[in-house]
Design a protein around this ligand. Structure first.
Ligand SMILES: *Cc1c(COP(=O)(O)O)cnc(C)c1O
Length: 356
């Protein structure tokens, strides 16, 4: 329970564990702009090693990490190829345009597959009319309303294509560890074919704030300047890094439980009349639920769930999203299932298919 609710709107709603608060209290601190915060330095080293990158940088958010990466790789007026459901394109306040001053070249990504043929068709070497492509940006897990896994082979294909065209590949890996545990792969294997990557400490890892951007030494040096430009240079940032170190040590392997619980719940719910879930799409900790009852739309469903102290997120007129995190127990899964089934049993079924 978080503030009296079983909250599945996101895995960002978790409150820091007592162990994280203890880590903050005991962290050794210093001025991080001067490079003197030992806790930040430890986290950055640990994260770089985990991702198989030369160096890493602590930043305040995933959005900041993404925009720094774009600023690093692309010049003003150039193009960046992004998934059309990606966070970078949709949920960063149009920072691509407003801050990094690049143009998005969106592509369709089906079931977490970045089709190299589509990517290649969008690459431009630039001429008087058409802007030059500067970067291919992928996302794993893909689509914050779906959590689809991008395979290592697909990442490799994209990298090979990028190399042919002299382009870098960036990975927005906000939930990269959910993908890694699902694939039973080392996180560094998912980053082997990209030039830089970010992950969020605040999603399944349960930290109160922070993201890590990782890449080559040169990339991170450049990133420090762009972070400074965005006002993201920090002083005693060890208070952010301390829970991050705890999270890398204790919160990664257990993500498979979140993935498993999500699938368990999705599977049970998919048998309920009035609910449609594409189980093939429940690959990590995110469940997208289509409501197929005539007299219940997402708003109504959310209202009825709130009476049962459950919070979920609306992502369409007849669609909600749930994200499982470490505070959701097996009993909670049962409680969620029973209540959702109960709500559906009292209503009429939609005549035609209103979902995809
Ligand atoms: C959450 C998320 C981000 C941004 O992270 P913030 O810390 O909320 O800025 C970026 N990309 C993806 C895929 C995300 O899910």
């Amino acid at each position: 329970m978080i503030n009296g609710y079983l909250d599945l709107r996101s895995d960002t709603v978790t409150l820091p564990k007592a162990e994280m608060m203890d880590a903050i209290a005991n962290a050794s601190l210093g001025d991080d702009i001067m490079g003197e915060d030992a806790t930040v330095n430890e986290l950055q080293r640990k994260a770089a090693d985990l991702l198989g990158m030369e160096d890493a940088l602590l930043v305040t958010s995933g959005t900041m990490a993404n925009q720094i990466a774009i600023m690093n790789f692309a010049q003003r007026g150039q193009e960046v190829i992004v998934g059309n459901e990606s966070h970078i394109l949709n949920l960063e306040g149009a920072a691509l345009a407003a801050v990094a001053q690049v143009q998005a070249r969106p592509m369709t990504v089906k079931n977490g597959y970045f089709d190299p043929e589509i990517v290649e068709s969008l690459i431009s070497s630039g001429d008087i009319q058409r802007a030059k492509t500067a970067l291919i940006s992928i996302e794993n897990t893909y689509n914050l309303n779906a959590g689809q896994i991008v395979s290592i082979e697909n990442t490799k294909e994209i990298k090979e294509l990028a190399v042919q065209h002299g382009l870098p590949v960036y990975l927005d890996g906000a939930r990269i560890f959910n993908a890694a545990v699902a694939l039973e792969a080392a996180p560094k294997d998912l980053c082997k074919h990209v030039d830089a990557v970010q992950f969020c400490l605040t999603k399944g890892l349960g930290c109160p704030l922070g993201s890590i951007l990782a890449g080559s030494k040169e990339f991170i040096q450049h990133a420090k300047m762009n972070r400074q430009r965005l006002g993201g240079g920090m002083r005693q940032a060890g208070i952010i890094a301390a829970p991050g170190i705890y999270a890398l040590d204790h919160m990664i392997d257990r993500l498979k439980e979140d993935n498993q619980k999500a699938y368990q719940l999705a599977k049970k719910l998919s048998a309920v009349e009035g609910i449609h879930i594409n189980l093939d799409n429940v690959q990590t900790n995110i469940i997208a639920v289509n409501i197929t009852k005539e007299d219940i739309d997402a708003d109504k469903f959310i209202e009825l769930l709130k009476e049962k102290q459950i919070k979920v997120k609306k992502i369409g007129k007849r669609k909600i999203r749930m994200i499982v995190h470490y505070l959701i127990t097996d009993e909670n899964i049962e409680y969620l299932f029973e209540n959702m089934k109960g709500i559906m049993s009292g209503s009429r079924t939609v005549q035609h298919q209103l979902f995809d």
